[in-house]
Design a binder for this molecule. Structure first.
Ligand SMILES: CC(C)(COP(=O)(O)OP(=O)(O)OC[C@H]1O[C@@H](n2cnc3c(N)ncnc32)[C@H](O)[C@@H]1OP(=O)(O)O)[C@@H](O)C(=O)NCCC(=O)NCCS
Length: 239
């Protein structure tokens, strides 16, 4: 058994319109040798996006940099192909530390980790792979000296938001990141996790950036997403 193996089991793979197969998978830490698999999956995911603002495309250089820690990149492999990957990083006091976007104190920045990027092959979606990998990565971060976990998600990305709310991340900012992409900044304190259960909930359309920014300014945080008919959905804010 590979020392980089984390776990395994079976997945439901979509092989055609309403056709599914049961396949086995292995979850393991990825290394530099897996870069071709990552670049291939990134390209497949990018090609299948309904909207290119949802997903940031990263260079080989970016991934090389993030292989610096042995547990930074987790992948799910099935039948020789990559079904999913997720990257974590430790921005230190760099300018791109998302802690700065939500006003974390300067001395807290060294205890920040980012959930960087995550992708699931379209044929393997619906197997909760974002949650399965997320649980492992959050466990790793908890065992380290990290406290503040942050990530960015597009306001159009309903599946990813739902999965982050599942882990009790909350929306703390909404701004342009990566030059042109509108992003929520989500936050979770893993040393003192808090589940928001406010008496009052204010529901806002995901596309209504202005109202959401006003609420955040007034100390509200987004913590739940519910979809009606169609692509739009509502976010619950509370404090
Ligand atoms: C976001 C993402 C990682 C979630 O993948 P996942 O872990 O397989 O998603 P889940 O298992 O939680 O899916 C829950 C439901 O949403 C559906 N779903 C998941 N991703 C979907 C998508 N991109 N579009 C439409 N439906 C999607 C699943 O089929 C499932 O439906 P079901 O309950 O009817 O079976 C994946 O959609 C993805 O790779 N998207 C493109 C890249 C991206 O957005 N990355 C995240 C950036 S923050």
């Amino acid at each position: 058994m590979s020392v980089r193996r984390i776990g395994g089991g079976v997945l439901r793979k979509k092989t055609g319109e309403n056709v599914f197969e049961t396949v086995s998978y292995e979850m393991r830490f990825l290394g530099i040798g897996d870069l071709p698999l990552i670049m291939t999956l990134q390209e497949i995911v990018a090609r299948n996006l309904p909207d290119h603002e949802i997903f940031r495309i990263d260079s080989e250089e970016y991934f090389r940099k993030h292989f610096s820690g042995p547990q930074n990149v987790i992948g799910v492999i099935s039948e020789g192909e990559l079904a999913a990957y997720c990257v974590i990083s430790f921005p230190g006091i760099e300018e791109d530390n998302f802690g700065r976007d939500i006003g974390l104190a300067p001395e807290a920045l060294s205890r920040v980790a980012h959930l960087e990027t995550m992708a699931v092959h379209p044929a393997y979606r619906g197997n909760s792979l974002q949650r399965k990998i997320g649980r492992i990565h959050l466990g790793i971060l908890q065992a380290m000296r990290c406290e503040h976990i942050l990530c960015t998600v597009s306001p159009k990305n309903y599946p990813s938001l739902r999965n982050l709310f599942f882990f009790d991340f909350t929306i703390r900012a909404l701004k342009i990141k990566y030059n042109w992409m509108l992003r929520y900044i989500l936050y979770k304190n893993i040393r003192n996790p808090v589940r928001l259960t406010p008496a009052e909930r204010i529901w806002v359309e995901n596309s209504d950036a202005e109202t959401q920014r006003e609420l955040i300014e007034r100390g509200y945080a987004g913590f739940e997403a519910v979809r009606g008919n169609g692509e739009d959905f509502k976010i619950a804010y509370g404090r």
